[in-house]
Ligand binder design. Structure first.
Ligand code: SAM
Length: 338
């Protein structure tokens, strides 16, 4: 490597660090999940962390107080499957009481039918449901045994609960669900839900299949010809990497695309993740992290804040190629929080 490349990386890094500060945190409150999506984990019974290592509600409060002191304002609860956490309602209530600007949760919806109203009452504002197919057999095969009917009951309950916003995450997989994009879009729009189509990424188990299964954003767009307008779409401020295009019928409905594989958007990344055992993860594409488990045990929000600075310093520079980097294969999406 010549001299120019390291210099260029330094410049890009300083530009990046000037532009973004930590705003958004994703809390992976459990690494447990009741599905085993083919792009996420290899089998249904791969090992979980010991329950004793998982942070409790008080621990998460310490984490958030430290992160808020450093500027974090928006919180998304994820996992694993966050609705498997036995204290999820108490946790949502506690986070809501800390006065964050936004509180959202991502779920596979298997337990949403009974939890949607309590979650809303606990203070959850926005909800994203992951659903990759409207065909029960395809759904079961992508999720390795998931029950579509149960998920659809969860979606109905979420609509009735009156969240500020409902979104859908669909990971698009060549040869499995890539023929369903128009049907999923019409279905979601009909329910007042914004669909988002996600390029499969080479994170963890995804590393095994992403090259063969990837459907690029451009190809997804062409499959929605006539349903959405042309153009690259726009990002919502402070709302992550999705770019949204509008419906062609002028109704104002939208479709989002998340391009973790063809356009990795690292330069503007302001996210931070915390794993269920208290590890601050500055980048989804590397297992690198800073442990805050001891700080949490001591209820030391100041030390959490310090750790966040250290983790932020470790954020890869703008030359980083995100989840297409080889290091992404060593990351468990389920553990890190997608
Ligand atoms: N269990 C919850 C759920 O299913 O929404 C939350 C955790 S899940 C890891 C969060 C999101 O990450 C889901 O929408 C999932 O589809 C997405 N995801 C997981 N692995 C992925 C991969 N390799 N590429 C793209 N998206 C992935």
């Amino acid at each position: 490597m010549g001299v120019a490349l390291p210099m260029l990386r330094d410049v890009l890094r300083s530009v990046q660090l000037e532009r973004v500060s930590p705003r958004l945190v994703r809390l992976s409150i459990t690494d447990r999940c009741d599905m085993a999506c083919v792009y996420c984990r290899p089998v249904r019974d791969d090992a979980y962390l010991p329950a004793s290592e998982r942070l409790g509600v008080d621990g998460w409060e310490t984490v958030l107080r430290g992160l808020q002191a450093e500027g974090v304002r928006r919180v998304r609860i994820t996992g694993g499957e966050p609705l498997l956490h036995r204290d999820v309602l108490a946790l949502v209530r506690r986070v809501a009481s800390l006065g964050v600007e936004d509180l959202a949760l991502t779920t596979n919806a298997s337990r949403l039918a009974s939890l949607a109203v309590p979650l809303r009452e606990a203070g959850l504002r926005r909800l994203t449901v992951s659903l990759d197919s409207l065909d029960p057999d395809v759904f079961a095969s992508i999720t390795r045994g998931g029950d579509l009917a149960e998920v659809l009951r969860g979606v109905d309950a979420a609509r009735a609960a009156g969240f500020d916003e409902l979104k859908l995450n669909t990971v698009v997989l060549r040869g499995l669900n890539d023929g369903e994009l128009p049907a999923i879009t019409r279905w979601a729009w009909g329910l007042g839900i914004t669909p988002r189509f996600i390029e499969v990424m080479g994170v963890g188990e995804g590393g095994r299949i992403w090259r063969e299964r990837l459907v690029s954003r451009d190809e997804m767009r062409s499959r929605l010809d006539g349903l959405v307008v042309d153009g690259d779409g726009v990002r919502d401020d402070d709302r992550g990497p999705a770019r949204y295009v509008e419906a062609a019928d002028g109704s104002g409905r939208r479709v989002g695309f998340i391009t973790g594989s063809t356009d990795t958007y690292c330069a503007r990344c302001d996210r931070l993740r915390v794993t269920s055992d208290g590890n601050l993860r500055p980048c989804l594409a590397t297992p690198d992290g800073v442990s805050i488990a001891d700080a949490v045990r001591r209820d030391d929000a100041g030390a959490v804040r310090e750790a966040l600075r250290e983790a932020w310093d470790r954020k890869p520079d703008a030359a980083w190629r995100g989840c297409t980097e080889d290091s992404a294969r060593a990351v468990s999406m389920r553990g890190t929080g997608g």
